[in-house]
Design a binder for this molecule. Structure first.
Ligand SMILES: Nc1ncnc2c1ncn2[C@@H]1O[C@H](COP(=O)(O)OP(=O)(O)OP(=O)(O)O)[C@@H](O)[C@H]1O
Length: 255
């Protein structure tokens, strides 16, 4: 059974009078196996954010469904949805989304605090993750005292600390310089190698070339898919660049 099953997702936005319909997703289907590393690419307006919001159970599709571990996330009650997100999903955002008045440690603890975990348990979970992410010496600092790359590593620690089934990353390298981008991508490679499933939306060809599989979205549909297999990051980079050229050329099908 795949970890994530996206089945014929359709999303039509309407204004509050039911008019001005915009179809953001047409009929998207794909599945993600446990341990996979997926990048989703597509031009601005192709439906990536809409898809991510539905996967994160922040938004509801007009049609179709999303199953995580065979559970239909559209059927989870409003009351239980925050708990579901905390227990099963980890989020990494472009702008880090750390709380400025909390130390890095308290930011990382946040999902555990919300789940009612006790302090010693939180500390013991934090230790190996902080070490792995190279932020052990920064834990008492505040977000404004550390670099963008360090902030993002703290955000990854916050995402990992609950051992989620799936990490959803929205343009995670978008606010990073090239050195921090490389470091973050190496980190994602490492956590994926250790078994963490990652799904990332990105405009960055460099970031996508680290993924095992790249899905290209156009006009609310999956337009093309690339598998990395044994290829190098450089070979993937070339293939992705080529696909994006075809995608922006206005052709309806991938030749
Ligand atoms: N709340 C909304 N109400 C109406 N239309 C919307 C809404 N959100 C998105 N759309 C429309 O749905 C389509 C898909 O938007 P979406 O934000 O998912 O694209 P995207 O691929 O994430 O774009 P970007 O790369 O610029 O973030 C666009 O045509 C957009 O204008």
């Amino acid at each position: 059974m795949p970890l994530l099953q996206v089945q014929q997702l359709k999303k039509v936005y309407t204004n509050r009078f039911g008019g001005n319909k915009a179809e953001a997703l047409s009929k998207i289907s794909f599945s993600v196996e446990s341990g996979d590393y997926i990048a989703i690419m597509g031009e601005s307006g192709s439906g990536k954010t809409t898809l991510l919001n539905i996967l994160a159970a922040i938004d509801q599709p007009t049609n179709g469904k999303v199953l995580l571990n065979d559970q239909d996330i559209g059927q989870i009650s409003e009351k239980n949805i925050a708990k579901f997100r905390r227990e099963h999903l980890g989020f990494v955002f472009q702008e880090f989304n750390l709380l400025d008045t909390f130390s890095l440690k308290d930011n990382i603890f946040l999902p555990l605090v919300l789940s009612g975990k006790k302090y010693p348990e939180m500390e013991s979970k934090l230790k190996p993750i902080a070490k792995k992410l190279g932020i052990a010496s920064l834990l008492d600092k505040f977000p404004y005292e550390v670099s963008g790359g360090q902030k993002q590593r703290a955000a990854v620690a916050r995402a990992l600390i609950t051992h989620p089934a799936l990490i959803l990353a929205d343009e995670p390298t978008g606010a990073l310089d090239s050195k921090s981008t490389s470091e973050l991508l190496t980190l994602f490679d490492q956590i994926n190698k250790e078994g963490q499933t990652v799904l990332m939306v990105t405009h960055s060809i460099q970031a996508a070339s680290h993924a095992k599989r790249v899905l290209f979205i156009k006009d609310g549909n999956v337009f093309h898919e690339l598998y990395k297999g044994d290829e190098s990051n450089e070979q993937m980079f070339q293939k992705i660049s080529h696909t994006l050229t075809v995608l922006s050329s206005g052709e309806d099908h991938y030749a």
